[in-house]
Design a protein around this ligand. Structure first.
Ligand code: GLP
Length: 242
């Protein structure tokens, strides 16, 4: 595992964006796994600047979603599909048809999960998976004690994660769905390159446990230690307990 410490969130976004751009120069039709939450936004902004400056061509890039809420009405602004369309696909001028994600409004959620794993494999697998980290050490929505071999499946959110994410739902935890679909840890580990970005002091504990603690399902992000090509980009605040 490579750990890169940068000064702040903007530098983290720039560093990760440069890595993605380098991949796209080698592999223009790369399948990029994208994450939601606040942390990756500087990455998408830096990528948009690179695209505008002609520094990278993303016209052939493909995008895959990491996770999704279950039960939000289609088109809900906080469904991760809506978020990825708004924050990634539209600003980067990507083809919406090249964007894949799990169907959180499917009647048969289990079938939707299996279909998504199959679709990822059929697409040739994820070339680079961008990850954030939850304050409880989760990746995607793999909450503590998720099997390290898990596949895409339905999960129940912890109260901590619902509280963390309430800010996207007007601060009302009751509006945060209880169930989600997430790529499993085993699914995530199949990506050819994992890039975890963490910024801010509130991530310092989770980062230290993920990077320096034992590999354990109670800290899902520690699974990155098992991956042959994992990069952790942290700002000084998030690195403060390393
Ligand atoms: C959610 C997402 C994760 C993300 C995490 C941290 O739970 N499912 O993919 O990493 O939030 O979000 P933030 O970057 O806003 O702290």
């Amino acid at each position: 595992m490579e750990v890169i410490i940068v000064q702040d969130a903007a530098a983290g976004g720039e560093t990760v964006a440069q890595g993605i751009a380098a991949l796209l120069r080698r592999t223009p039709a790369a399948l990029l796994g994208v994450a939601t939450g606040s942390t990756p936004l500087p990455v998408y902004q830096a990528l948009a600047s690179l695209v505008r400056a002609g520094g990278v061509d993303m016209s052939a890039a493909r995008i895959a979603q990491l996770d999704e809420y279950v039960g939000l009405p289609q088109g809900h602004p906080e469904s991760y599909r809506s978020v990825v369309l708004r924050e990634v696909v539209e600003p980067l001028g990507l083809d919406p048809a090249s964007f894949m994600g799990p169907d959180g409004s499917a009647e048969d959620v289990r079938a939707a999960c299996e279909a998504y794993d199959a679709a990822l494999a059929a697409a040739g697998g994820v070339d680079l998976q961008l990850l954030g980290i939850g304050t409880d050490g989760h990746i995607g929505f793999n909450e503590p004690c998720s099997s390290l071999a898990s596949r895409t499946r339905i999960k129940t959110l912890t109260e901590q994660t619902r509280a963390d994410n309430a800010r996207f739902f007007g601060g009302d935890i009751e509006q945060v769905p209880r169930h989600v679909i997430t790529q499993g840890i085993g699914t995530i580990l199949e990506a050819r390159h994992l890039v975890l970005l963490a910024t801010g002091e509130n991530k310092a504990d989770a980062v230290a446990r993920a990077v320096e603690g034992p590999v354990a399902s109670v800290v899902p992000a520690s699974a990155l230690q098992l991956h042959p090509h994992a990069t952790v980009v942290v700002d000084e605040a998030a690195a403060s307990k390393l």
